[in-house]
Structure formats: C-alpha cells, structure tokens
Design a binder for this molecule. Structure first.
Ligand code: ZN
Length: 434
C-alpha cells in the first residue's frame, strides 16, 4: 500500500508533512517526500491511500488489559472496589466458559482496532478463548493467565499451568501474532512459595512476566506489614523480576522501589482512567521517566475504564502529569507517542515494530484530522494528544494487513460479535439471579 501525501510522526518524534510511505508484505519499505499528484500515483499503483488531512503513526501497544472484561462493562457501577469485585465481577467471571471469553475478546479487539491499537498485553483466564480471537482477527497480543494461590497450591497441578503450557504451543502456530507470557495476578493473591515457583518456571521456559504491582495503598501497606518490605522488593527477592517484566499500576512505589525497578529493567504501565475510576490514586510517571524506567500506557479492563481508547488514555496521562507538576512542557508529543508505541513493543519483546521507519513492521494507524474538532490544523503532530480520540482513527494495519478502515472490520463480523455478547450477558444474569 502507498500512503500518499500524508503527515507522520517519524523516528525521534518529529512531525513531517507531505510524505509518501510504502508498505510491502509485512514491512514498511520506504518513507520519503511526496512529489507526485494523487492521480499520478493512482495511475501507476494499485493500492493508494489518500493521506490528505491525515496523520500516520505507529499503531498503539496497549500494555495492560483484561480484554474479555468487555463482557462486564457497566456491570456493577457505583460500587466500592470490594463490592464491585466480590458481588459482581468475580461471580460473573466464575460462570464464563472459554467460548464466552472468545466473544468478549472479539468485542474488545474490535474496539481496540477501531481505536488504532495493533497489539495488547493481556492477563485473564481461559486464555485459549482469547488466543482464538487474536488469531482470527489478526491483531497481535502477549497473552497470560494471572496466577493466584496459597501455600498449598502446586503450580503444575493448576488450570494456570495447563493453560500456560498450551499457550506456549499455540503461540508457535500464530505466525508471530501471539507471545506466551507468564503472569502473577498480584502479591496479595499469592503465597511466597508460589511466587518463587512461578519465577523459576518463567526462567526455565524463557517467558516474560506480567504482574499487578502496588495498585492500592492497602495492598502496598499490608505487604510491608506482612513481609517487612514493599511489593517491589518482595518480588525482586523472590526472583520474579529475573525475566523481562511488565508491572501494571505501580501507584504506591516508594524509595528504593524506583531503583529496583530500573535496575531489574522492569517496564511500568500507567492506566490513569482505571486508577481514577476505582479511586486508587495516581502514579507519578514523571518520576518513572526521571529514574530511566521504561514508561508504557494501557487501558486496563473495560470494567474499570470503561473504554479501550489509547488516545484518550495517553492524553489523560499527559494532562494529569502536567497538572500535578505544574509543567505544561513536561512531555513532548514524540515522547508520549513512544510511551504508547515503541516502549510497549519493546516491553513485549517485539524489537522490529513500534517505529515508522523502513525495515520495521507495518503496524500502523491513520488518524483522520479532517473533523471539526481539529479545525484549523496548525500542526498535525501536536493535534494528536490534544484534539483526537479513538473515533478519529481511519485505518489500522497489522503486519501490512488492513484490519480496520472507515468504520469496517476486514476480519471481524461485528454484528455477530455483539449478538453473542448480549447472549452471554443474558445467560449469566439469568444464572446469577437464581
Ligand atoms: Zn489489571
């Protein structure tokens, strides 16, 4: 495909206008100034995309999600965290089959593609259902089941073990779309012996790690009382961070935690919408960055966000940090974009994507800036995390394949997905009311 006469944010975060970008197969093959007319380009090329008034960027990497939680979007609003989880979410999730998870995942994937996301890092259960949705849709994902258990739990006898072993085999058949990860749900839902067993397993199997870290003050303080150390120190001591790790939230990390996280090369993932909605608090991503920690952005599950809009998430992250630090030039557009693209790609271990450069994978997103709320456009780059939202995405491409364009999905039958999501909802509600 030739993206003709388009604006883009290239390597180094620089915005360029009037560019031609070519993709062939799964790769970006050339980027250069546009010096022909659209009519001329269409005369010699088969697949030409008119980039007038549009911005091309690397697609988003949503670095922490629970994609099937689209099924629980809006279920149990206006409850405190404990009631929301124990009275609504956990009983609902206990009824979900692998097939239910598949339909919820397809809805979440459709929403992500519609918002310019090309890859996500997920933690859930019955993850073979997610795998099926990922491969059918053509999006990329790093998938894991979040391990929980007490002292009596034997790792190799758990559903977690079965699913994780299966996912490693499945991933090999996915043409690079899926990467199998290891995952611990959280410090407060697992015993130390299990954390150590998981760390050993991840190292032996060369798996990346995904974990919730210091999301709430209660979790953080109780760990200090129980173990005499912060969750970050506790995990580091048990070997959890000995493989490349992404830790979600990290709101209450303190003191030497910052050095542990940097020295262990742990990537942190920021999800301000979820943190605000649940009333957890706010992470200090300026401090993360200033400690040379890799910053990424995610949406969390649709139960606590409630959308999967990465543009909104990055804009909110930017505005919150600028407001808290009273510094309107705290982050450039290029830096914010790196949080949500290249940094996420590197956190997933995908070195060949997340940048608009020849030789990188064609995992791309086009933002249409012709809508009223962009007018008049002075600068396409700085209009991204100020004026845009998910509904401005015109095209999403993964490995050179167009998966979403102008309101239509090329791999997902969205009406069938929505019909099934309502079927699952009604079946579960009927059971929960018995
Ligand atoms: Zn989460």
């Amino acid at each position: 495909m030739l993206f003709h006469n388009i604006s883009l944010i290239g390597a180094g975060g620089l915005t360029k206008t009037n560019m031609n970008v070519r993709t062939e197969g799964v790769w970006i093959t050339s980027i250069g100034p546009c010096n022909n007319s659209l009519a001329e380009a269409r005369r010699v090329e088969k697949d030409v995309f008119d980039g007038t008034g549009k911005l091309l960027i690397p697609g988003f990497f949503n670095n922490h999600s629970h994609v099937p939680m689209t099924l629980t979007r809006g279920y149990g609003e206006e409850l405190a965290l404990y009631d929301w989880l124990y009275k609504r979410i956990f009983p609902f999730e206990a009824l979900l089959t692998e097939d239910d998870v598949y339909w919820g995942s397809l809805l979440g994937i459709a929403e992500m593609l519609r918002g310019g996301t090309v890859s996500f890092t997920d933690m859930y259960m019955r993850i073979q259902g997610i795998f099926r949705a990922v491969v059918e849709s053509g999006i990329k994902a790093s998938l894991s089941n979040g391990l929980t258990g007490d002292e009596s739990t034997v790792l190799r006898e758990t559903a977690w073990y079965r699913e994780t072993e299966q996912m490693q085999r499945d991933a090999k058949t996915s043409h690079g779309l899926v990467i199998a990860n290891a995952s611990l749900h959280a410090q407060y839902t697992s015993a130390p012996s299990l954390v150590r067993a998981l760390a050993d397993y991840a190292r032996e199997n060369e798996l990346r790690m995904h974990v919730h870290l210091s999301e709430t003050e209660t979790e953080h303080e109780e760990c200090k009382e129980r173990h005499g150390k912060t969750p970050a120190r506790y995990f580091a001591d048990l070997g959890l961070f000995d493989v490349p790790t992404t830790a979600a939230h990290a709101i209450f990390i303190e003191g030497e935690d910052y050095d542990i996280i940097r020295d262990k090369g742990v990537t942190l993932c920021h999800m301000p919408s979820s943190n605000l909605k649940i009333g957890s608090g706010l992470a200090d991503i300026k401090k993360w960055r200033d400690h040379s920690i890799r910053v990424t952005v995610g949406t969390d599950g649709a139960g606590s966000n409630n959308n999967l809009d990465m543009i909104e998430e990055v804009t909110l992250a930017s505005y919150l940090a600028k407001g808290i630090h009273r510094d309107p030039i705290l982050f450039t557009t290029g830096e914010l974009l790196a949080f949500a693209t290249r940094n996420g790609a590197l956190a997933q271990g995908r070195d060949d994507t997340g940048l608009l450069e020849p030789g990188f994978r064609a995992d791309l997103t086009v933002i249409d800036m012709n809508a009223l709320h962009f007018q008049p456009v002075y600068d396409y780059g700085t209009s991204l995390f100020t004026n845009a939202n998910a509904s401005d995405v015109a095209l999403t491409m993964v490995d050179g394949r167009v998966l979403y364009r102008d309101g239509a999905f090329t791999t997902i039958d969205i009406e069938k997905v929505i019909w099934n999501v309502y079927r699952v909802r009604d079946e579960k509600l009927a059971k929960l009311r018995v």
